[in-house]
Design a binder for this molecule. Structure first.
Ligand code: AMP
Ligand code: ZN
Length: 492
């Protein structure tokens, strides 16, 4: 039986601001959409934190046996510098500054994004669509919204009519904003805007002559508004209504509020059952962000070259550090906290290494089933990874007690204990066992050294020694192969 049938998962829904029992639209299947990065610069650790939270969530769903279609887009057009539909397109601006093509910018930072996520052991999403690959779908949605009378065209651009929409629907349903307040609080930018009301947002923008990223449309040669791409891609791959939509808290308004309005306007349907928002990573108490210079790049951990870091750290330690906070809590970065996580990570890994050497006894003296339940309870309570980790450290205590012979487990309990720890550490938390990797690297270095010694022996025509090295390695399961490019080895 699939594990999810034995567990009632609760998810904090930002739409109701409550933890709710999770019921997917189709039993056993989950559709999840997460807003991806705007690929105009390197992702910083804050961005990584948000994507990591969803990696954890995706991994837990899979662990429970759900079939998940996880869609995470790449924003490669339409995201302007300013949320009020003014300023340059972020990618076009970078291309102008660097004197390269916008698609070169997109390629460079998409590759960087993937490299970073691979380094941190993320699972790839099921589909990773791009905004530029879905212009036709976006144009179709604009047509539908225009037909419903909830958008208007002006000078080749099309804007969503927020006030009109709000007559029958609630613009602000997600962010809790009241439209009257927002009318009051929105400053018009020196009459620059051609919108009827400052709350309206762009569905299509006519491109200025110098704007390179442009597509033909019934209204003008231009480009889609930022919010539209996510409506187009989520609808295309997950349907008009799907289970989960996520992103960082800062996307709640206007981005996700506008997505709800667009979907409602074109489909008469609330698109998403559970909205999930992750909290921010801060540095010195301020949100980590490129624009303020208050950020750390993932690569800085591997070089140690950053004023906020006292030393080099490996990726699983950084991952572990972020998993020690709940995804809905603010996490402030500090080198001290990272040092503490490093200790914790190695303590956990060393204990996991002992697991296979534990042997079963006739009877059990540890409450393995209660412990197992606490691990699942933590994750079932809105993916509470810090509580799960606390339970895993309880497991570390058990391992030590078992090793010292102070407690015992029967064969069945021992098997449950081992598989559960490994499943949570590697499959759900996505930690990598760097200690084993380290050992493999060291083994390779030693074999290379022996190959060198054998080569020297052969040069000296000391065949007895060279054969001895080859034969003894073979006895240990390491086979040397002499080829025209030198000697290689394989471990059997
Ligand atoms: P962007 O490329 O700016 O759209 O950001 C990609 C994702 O990172 C979005 O979901 C943002 O909400 C998220 N994000 C940006 N800054 C932070 C931060 N300091 N902490 C956590 N998530 C962040
Ligand atoms: Zn989005």
């Amino acid at each position: 039986m699939e594990l999810y049938k034995q567990h009632q998962l609760k998810i904090y829904n930002s739409l109701s601001n409550k933890k709710e029992a999770f019921e997917p639209l189709i039993e056993g299947y989950i559709g999840m959409y997460v807003c991806g990065p705007t690929v105009y610069s390197n992702v910083h650790l804050g961005n990584v934190r948000t994507f990591l939270s969803f990696d954890l969530i995706y991994r837990y769903f899979k662990h429970l046996g759900y079939k998940v279609r996880y869609v995470r887009n790449i924003t490669d057009a339409g995201h302007l510098e300013n949320d009020a539909d003014v300023g340059e397109d972020r990618i076009a601006k970078k291309a102008r500054l660097e004197q390269i093509e916008p698609m070169e910018v997109v390629q460079r930072y998409t590759v960087d994004f993937h490299n970073v996520l691979n380094t941190f052991n993320f699972l790839p999403p099921s589909i990773e669509p791009t905004a530029t690959g879905h212009i036709i779908e976006q144009i179709e949605i604009i047509k539908e919204i225009l037909e419903k009378g909830l958008a208007y065209e002006i000078n080749g651009s099309v804007y969503f009519d927020v006030l009109k929409y709000n007559e029958n629907e609630h613009y602000g349903i997600l962010s809790g904003r009241n439209i009257e307040d927002s009318i009051h609080n929105t400053r018009e930018l020196d009459g620059q805007s051609e919108k009827k009301n400052p709350q309206d947002f762009a569905l299509w923008k006519k491109a200025q002559p110098e704007h390179i990223m442009r597509w033909p449309s019934p209204w003008s040669d231009g480009f889609p508004g930022w919010h539209l791409e996510c409506t187009a891609m989520s609808t295309k791959y997950l349907g008009k209504q799907f289970d989960i939509h996520g992103g960082g808290m800062d996307l709640k308004f206007p981005h996700h509020e506008c997505e709800i309005a667009q979907a409602n306007a074109s489909n008469h349907q609330m698109p998403v059952n559970y909205w999930m928002h992750t909290n921010m990573l801060t540095l010195n108490g301020q949100k980590m962000a490129k624009s303020t210079g208050n950020y750390i790049l993932p690569n800085d951990f591997f070089t140690g070259d950053n004023k906020h870091l006292s030393k080099i750290y490996v990726a699983p330690v950084v991952r572990f550090f972020m998993l020690q906070a709940n995804y809905r809590s603010i996490l402030d970065f500090s080198d001290d906290a990272l040092l503490a996580s490093e200790k914790g990570y190695y303590r956990l890994m060393n204990a996991v290494h002992q697991l296979d050497s534990l042997s079963a006894s006739k009877s059990s003296t540890l409450p393995i089933n209660d412990w197992l339940k606490s691990c699942y309870d933590a994750m079932n309570d809105d993916f509470n990874s810090p509580i799960l980790i606390a339970n895993l450290f309880e497991g570390v205590k058990y391992i030590n007690l078992l090793k010292e012979g102070k407690e015992s487990l029967n064969a069945e309990d021992l098997e449950v204990f081992k598989t559960t720890i490994k499943a949570f550490v590697f499959d759900v938390l996505g930690l990598v066992d760097i200690i084993s990797e380290d050992t493999t690297d060291k083994l390779a270095t030693v074999i290379e050294m022996l190959i060198k010694m054998r080569n020297e022996a052969r040069e000296n025509k000391d065949w007895a020694l060279s054969d001895k090295i080859r034969d003894e390695l073979l006895e240990k399961g390491i086979q040397l192969k002499d080829g025209k490019d030198g000697t290689t080895f394989s471990v059997n």
